[in-house]
Design a binder for this molecule. Structure first.
Ligand code: SF4
Ligand code: FES
Length: 271
């Protein structure tokens, strides 16, 4: 049924309606962390170009459930590009062909008849939990190692009592937009977490409130990412190119600068 301009209903004009897309999906299925995985092929039909990628997976899962099959496990929460929970490799690219989150990727980025490969993040510090869902708690442990500030309790300070230069607050804000999705790690041939760690070090280290822990923060967060098994940065730049929030490589320069300064000042990681 279509709705005319005057609000009256008229019969469907099928000839003017766009048909949805028919797609072949090749999806990584893996029952658990130690199970052997494999790519499994599914067909989905009549997919609206306006659907998000996750809604397209919902359509597949509804059909699998109705057929009594196991639905494909994948992570998601906000579906608004905010929480960082979603993220899969789509045709070998972290979050797919657009620089956005998987939940904000729309099916109009694909063509009718396409075959789409969908895999979990590939990095040993992100072990597969099931299918497309991976365990990203390594990021939480990096944050725990130094991603905090000390805040004196008491009455709220006077607004504007701590002036911050605009260029610093802008750069800190840009770094703070990192949502911890892990695309940078998945895209990097070294599985390096430098962009993520650098975003956290930058957003706290540029603000006056972040100064007391500045040296300890950087040495401890870098030591933790090494303990988690992330690789080293060799300035390839795939991380930034895949980052849905456009975190720049400049943050990595800032991290390296801070790290050298902290080590020269005698800061050493906690064992
Ligand atoms: S730096 Fe970008 S890609 Fe990496 S975790 Fe943060 S938002 Fe995701
Ligand atoms: S589901 Fe929250 S960023 Fe995609």
């Amino acid at each position: 049924m279509t709705i005319t301009q005057g609000g009256a209903h008229s019969a469907v004009d099928h000839s003017s309606q766009k048909r949805g897309m028919n797609l072949t999906l090749r999806i990584w299925r893996q029952n658990g962390p130690t199970a052997k995985g494999k790519m499994v092929t599914y067909k989905v039909s009549d997919i609206s170009p306006d659907m998000s990628f996750l809604e397209m997976l919902d359509v597949l899962n509804e059909r699998l459930i109705l057929d009594g099959d196991d639905p494909v496990a994948f992570d998601h929460d906000c579906r608004e590009g905010i929480c960082g929970m979603c993220g899969v490799m789509i045709n070998g690219q972290a979050h797919g062909p657009q620089q956005t989150t998987t939940c904000q990727l729309h099916m109009r980025s694909f063509k009718d008849g396409d075959t789409i490969d969908i895999e979990p993040w590939r990095a040993s510090p992100f072990p597969v939990v099931k299918d497309l869902a991976v365990d990203r708690r390594a990021f939480d442990r990096i944050i725990q190692a130094g991603g905090y500030i000390s805040v004196p309790t008491g009455t709220a300070p006077e607004a504007h009592s701590t002036p911050v230069p605009k260029k610093d607050s802008d750069a800190a804000f840009d770094a703070a937009t990192c949502i911890g999705c892990g695309a940078c790690v998945a895209a990097c041939p070294n599985a390096s977490s430098m962009l993520f760690t650098a975003a956290k070090v930058t957003h706290l280290g540029l603000m006056p409130q972040g100064q007391p822990e500045r040296n300890d923060r950087v040495v401890n967060m870098v030591a933790q990412q090494d303990r988690e098994g992330f690789g080293g940065c060799t300035n390839i730049g795939e991380c930034s190119a895949s980052c849905p929030k456009g975190i720049s490589m400049e943050t990595i320069s800032r991290l390296n600068h801070d790290l050298l300064g902290a080590l020269r000042a005698g800061a050493r990681p906690k064992s």
